[in-house]
Design a protein around this ligand. Sequence first.
Ligand code: HEC
Ligand code: HEC
Length: 201
Amino acid sequence: MEKTDVSSQVLTQLAVKIMLVIAALCLGALAPSTWAADDRDDAGARAAFLKAYPVFMHPRCLNCHPAGDAPLQGDDSLPHAQNVQRGPEGRGRYALKCANCHQAANLPGENLPPGNPKWHMPPPGMRMVFQGKSPGDLCKQLKDPAQNGGMTLEELIDHVSHDKLVLWGWDPGNGRSKPPSHVEFVDHLRTWVKKGAACPE
Ligand code: HEC
Ligand code: HEC
């Protein structure tokens, strides 16, 4: 009699444990920022990030993500003319506010300011520097919510897919060069995230 009690107790405990494991698995599948363990592939993730990297280093992107406090300009990424500076909100200083010269759309013609309704650079408290970053350092920075503007990896994919300043890179006006394919850039970053978002060394 006592024996049966013990074994049924053990069985109940086992059933509870199995249920907990199943619940945990279900929750894991629902959580948006997890990926199936099967998809994790560190070498594949690193390779995919390396394919996306040249776009971040392209002048159309780098010029607004400089190491210093002046935006850069042109394909040789020289400091912005007229000593334009980042300013307290990334929108310039005093009379040299970005929006004073940069309009809602590109102005047609040589050496005229490119445009976009939200033209500005990252603020001093969240500088999002691309210039001079190795693939490994850039990868870690992009993954870090404290350095990427508080984004999850899904939000980061959404940003590079739809953000108007990102898209401007492929519609830069005035004969400016464009980065490699936007569609492939987003695909590489999706693959990087899907395979577990490991960073190159
Ligand atoms: C006109 C300036 C400007 C240009 C050009 C620009 N960015 Fe940005 N970028 C910003 C600003 C400002 C932010 C901060 C978020 C915001 O305000 O939209 C940002 C944020 C980002 C972020 C998210 C934060 C991070 O670093 O993790 C990514 C990724 C990014 N940009 C990628 C690009 C890429 C890729 C290009 C080129 C195709 C590009 N940007 C071109 C201004 C720019
Ligand atoms: C006094 C006017 C003026 C102000 C203020 C100004 N810009 Fe510009 N900007 C220009 C002009 C003109 C160009 C085009 C230069 C060219 O093509 O030779 C330009 C080009 C740029 C480019 C280069 C685009 C590329 O990829 O080659 C970036 C980036 C840029 N500006 C960012 C900014 C930011 C960010 C601010 C505010 C912090 C700002 N600018 C403020 C006039 C201005």
